[in-house]
Design a protein around this ligand. Sequence first.
Ligand code: FE2
Length: 451
Amino acid sequence: MTRRWSMSFKSCSAELDVLLRGFIVDLIIRRARLRHRENLVDVGVKSGRIITIAPSVAEKGAVEIDAGGNLVSPPFCDPHVHLDAVLSVGDPRYNQSGTLLEGIAIWSERKPTLTKELIRANALEAIKWEVAQGCLKIRTHADVFAPELIAVEALLELKGDLKDEVDIQVVAFPQDGIYAAPHGEKLMEEALRMGADVVGGIPHNELTREDGIRDLEYAFSLAEKYEKPIDVHCDETGDEQSRFIEVLAKLAIERGFEGRVAASHATAMHNYNNDYAFKLIGILQRAGIHVITNPFDNAVLQNRFDGYPRRRGHTRVDELLARGVNVAIGHDSIMDPWYPLGRGSMLQAANLLLHTAHMSGYAQISQLYDMITVNSARTLGVAGEYQIAEGNTADLIVVNASSEMEAIRLLPECLWVIRRGKVLATTSPARSRVELGDTAEDIDFKRGETQ
Ligand code: FE2
């Protein structure tokens, strides 16, 4: 291992020497800058766990990484992505209008041609992209209306195959509506029997408001039966009359699901009147609802009927955070019928949200970093061992930036991505060389922002 990355890692001196000291540290990350901590530290890892965090660790590691003062953080999470649709843009045709509805129509046209192998191959490629950029915890939706539940089957297989490298949760997702399309209940329950981790829903896509409420009630009944959390595509529309999120919160309170329910998108909230939004946010806080905003898709798909002026399509991120509601950022699409771009970068998603949600305030930049790390871990229910702390699992990333602010500004490489103490991915920093006048120099765009 040390030989393979000899340009990046210090070679361990001699394993025999380490053995003689009677104390083997598998991995040491030196000169790490941890969030909310002023001085640099060394982080020692043994048997997949963080065993020490100290200003200087004397022992040598079998593998040594010099973080060089760069930010070392828990891995990024993507709590909302559709791995069954990724990398499919243009198949069978491109979305000409750029709308959500044309995207759904194209996805419906594509479904009959899907194969499990195709879903697996595209999903695996997208997972590699996310892992390379520091994301090790992923919640993917799997459309139960894909023929014969092949999306659910393919993504559950991948979850199992990659269980030692990436934590994947699969949501049983009724894209066409549990009641708006045939056999919705049956397909949802079958997905849970197959092993889906989370119950989904899509109330605003049902034919009537009454069916939308049934959609949510059914999701809770399945979640109770299979003892699973809930993550609903909720009010993903600009229609200010779409108020299923209040029903979602009420059911969470009534059925004792506080803290185990996520509302994905919730874009209609952007357009609610302020009196109603104020009341609603209090209910969401009480119900412990996690809200997942998806900057790429929400920015391009919502409020398409506005003409001008053109409202932004995001949920009320700053108001929710200010009132104590947990808000996380999802990537949602990576090159699919709804959003043709994307590369699986959670930093890029946070950067976009900074602009579209008016979150350029100094303290808000740190909140954005929370939204792709700790807030998402809470949403996924995996916050227990998530932080960088002695005794916790050694899942870490070294970001080529000195702070959260610099990371969100530069969208830099993840130099090392580490899972349970093992290096999963490395990326070499880009190098820019500029010759002006008589001088030639390398520049890295860094200014040492603190945050
Ligand atoms: Fe989605």
